[in-house]
Structure formats: C-alpha cells, structure tokens
Write a protein that binds this ligand. Structure first.
Ligand code: SF4
Length: 378
C-alpha cells in the first residue's frame, strides 16, 4: 500500500498574531495534556480503521507546537510509532515560534525524532514584528537558529513574510539577506494575505496602521526574493518555497502532488484513499469527537472526478517540476491534454506551459500568470 503522511495540529499560542486566522487558542497551553490525550485517542482509532500504514513524513504544525515540553513531544511521537509504521528515514518536521524555544526543549525534540525544524521568523525587523503582533524579536529569531543548530538540527526552514504594512522593498531585502546569512537549508517566503475579521484587517480599514505595499512594490519584493535566493544557492521548487538541493520539504510535496495524508487534531484535514474529511475546529467539538472513539472519516464525502482532476492540476502547477502526467493518466484514465485539449495546447504554443518528460509545468512566464491559467482550466 502507498505510504501516507501525517499532520498533527497543536492549536495553542502564547497570543494571537494580528494577521492570523489559523485555528489556535491563545493562553490555553495549560490544557496541552488533555489535548494530547485526545489526539492519541484519535490516532489509535484512525490506525484501527486505516491499518498500520507506512508513514513517510510527519508534520507537527500549529498553532505553536514548541509550546509542548520535550517529554510531551516524545510521548506524541512514541504514540505515533506505536500506531503506524513510521519509516526510519521519515522526514519529521516541527513548527516553532522563536519566542518559545530553549536549548533544552530543542534538544528534547531532536532526541524524540524531530529532524526538521521550521521556525516562524517572519521578519528580522523589530518594528515590523511588533506591528504584526509577533511575540518575539529579531534577536530571539537569530538565537533560535543558533540553539537549533546546537541541538543537532541539520534541516532548518525559516518562514518569512513580505508585503507587511509599511514594509519597503529595501526592508524586505534586508530581512531576506540576513535570513540567508543564517544559513538555513530551506526558506518559505509568503506574501501577507490579509484575512477578513483579523485585527490587522480592522486596523488597515481604520487607518490605524501603515498601508500595505502596492502592486509594484510587491512585484519588486518578489523579484528580490528570486534573485537573492538564487544567488545564495537556493532553488525555487514551488511558488513560495526555496531549498538547497535535497532539502525540499517532502511533506508539503505530498500536499501539492495530492498524495494521501491523515490529519490529526483540532481542525485537521485528511485525504485518505479517496476520502476527504476534516475535524471540528472548535475546542469542545474536537474533544467530543476524539472521546467518542469514532473520528471523522467522511464528513466531506467523495469529491467528483472532475474536482479531483482540477485539484491535481492546480496543486501540481504550483511546483516548478509541474504535474506528473503519467500518474494523472494512471489515476484518471486520461491525460491532462485529453481533459483540457484546447487550453493546454494553446498554453504550450504561447509559452505559458512546457512538457518535460512525464511532467507538464508552467514556464517562468506561466508562473507569473498562474491564476489566469488556472481559471481557464476551471
Ligand atoms: S504563532 Fe502562528 S498560529 Fe499562532 S497566532 Fe501567530 S500566526 Fe497564528
């Protein structure tokens, strides 16, 4: 059977960042034990149903997973290994907030088997960090990198955000250059998306914070990102992700390639053997579900074949390598060129797409207009 990936959501944070609309509960981490017991119950029930599958990647995300103690992380991963056949070379990532890590906790996570750390640095400018409500400073982010290396992490990602209120292209270049100087193996560089209902969106509407950079400035930041990362030896392998050779995030590639994954914890989503389902995103609802012993398995029902084909293209084209057409044809009985003959033939002709062996991908120009390419496919 095909190996799976596992996502575990840890929905606790010290306090809510101004732009955040993820499922996370600030100030509640005293309930970590109760929560982890619920996750372990859910894990056992899902393993009983889906079988002791081989697991090739694990991602412990949040929220702020680094609010777990070393002992709690160890128990969580021990429980996972008791339920599933976690491959000896599995990529095991934990997300961390630089304001919550210590030398001891990082060493304990590493000893528990976490072999990739993803630090939410976001910016190395204290003014911007404060403006978006992060709990840490730039100095703490640098120190977290030093501590991670000292704890033995050899695969380190830094999450960065650009397009922040009042941010100039020069400030972005400064943060990115300093982040590169910290010598991570991987960089995720996301443009800020202001979600409705977040404190940041209200501040912007009320004119209570600096304005967002305009389209030209954003374009300039995007170009800077490509140029600075390439000069430093990173290859872009997805719209927002850059890695040194061999350090692409295997877990995220599973999502973009639409391969199976099981999500555990509050608000986690799953795509297992053609079934889509997701867990309640409210605290009480999640605990109730986990205690019931019958976790979600088909809340979202079956997606139509058409939905799945479009999703395979939409996710696959985010990657520089593109969509695996041979696998597409195996899974759906026809190749992408047969499903969308007019659109793909035209995009190939005008240089928005190209074929590379089994893979169909966007060219550099195609990547710049990805949304309009996808709308045509839709
Ligand atoms: S640390 Fe992450 S999950 Fe927590 S509030 Fe900030 S952005 Fe949201």
């Amino acid at each position: 059977m095909q190996p799976i990936s596992i996502y575990i959501h840890i929905p606790f944070c010290v306090r809510k960042c101004a732009y955040c609309d993820f499922t996370s509960f600030p100030g509640r981490s005293a309930q970590m034990e109760t929560y982890l017991s619920a996750v372990c119950r859910e894990m056992r029930a899902q393993a009983a149903f889906f079988g002791r599958r081989q697991v090739s990647t694990v991602f412990i995300g949040g929220g702020t997973p680094t609010l777990m103690s070393g002992g709690q992380a160890q128990r969580l991963l021990d429980a996972l290994r008791a339920c599933f056949d976690v491959a000896p070379d599995a990529e095991i990532t934990m997300e961390g907030n630089p304001g919550t890590v210590t030398a001891q906790s990082l060493a304990a996570y590493r000893a528990a088997g976490v072999n990739r750390l993803s630090l939410g640095v976001q910016s190395l400018d204290d003014g911007l960090l404060a403006a978006i409500g992060r709990i840490h400073t730039a100095a703490q982010a640098r120190e977290a990198v030093r501590l991670a290396r000292a704890a033995g992490f050899e695969n380190l990602n830094l999450d960065l955000m650009f397009g922040l209120p009042g941010q100039s292209a020069a400030q972005w270049a400064q943060t990115l250059s300093e982040a590169i100087a910290l010598a991570p193996e991987h960089l995720s560089c996301y443009s800020l998306i202001v979600e409705e209902g977040t404190p940041l969106s209200e501040q912007l509407e009320a004119g209570a914070c600096a304005a967002l950079p305009d389209e030209d400035e954003l374009g300039c930041m995007d170009e800077l990102t490509e140029r600075l990362t390439a000069c430093a030896g990173f290859a872009r392998y997805e719209v927002s992700n850059y890695a040194r050779p061999g350090f692409e995030c295997r877990h995220n590639i599973v999502y973009w390639a639409c391969e199976p994954y099981l999500g555990l914890g509050c608000a986690a989503h799953s795509d297992m053997d053609g079934r889509r389902f997701y867990n309640p995103s409210d605290w009480a609802g999640y605990l109730r579900m986990a205690e019931s012993g019958s976790p979600a398995r088909d809340a979202e029902g079956e997606n139509t074949r058409q939905d799945r084909m479009f999703e395979r293209m939409m996710m696959g084209l985010r990657m520089v390598r593109g969509v695996d057409c041979a696998r597409f044809a195996r899974d759906f009985g026809e190749a992408p060129e047969d499903v969308w003959p007019g659109v793909i033939a035209r995009d190939l002709r005008v240089g928005l797409m190209e074929r590379d062996g089994d893979f169909l991908r966007l060219t550099e120009r195609g990547m710049q207009v990805m949304n309009s390419v996808l709308v045509e496919l839709l």
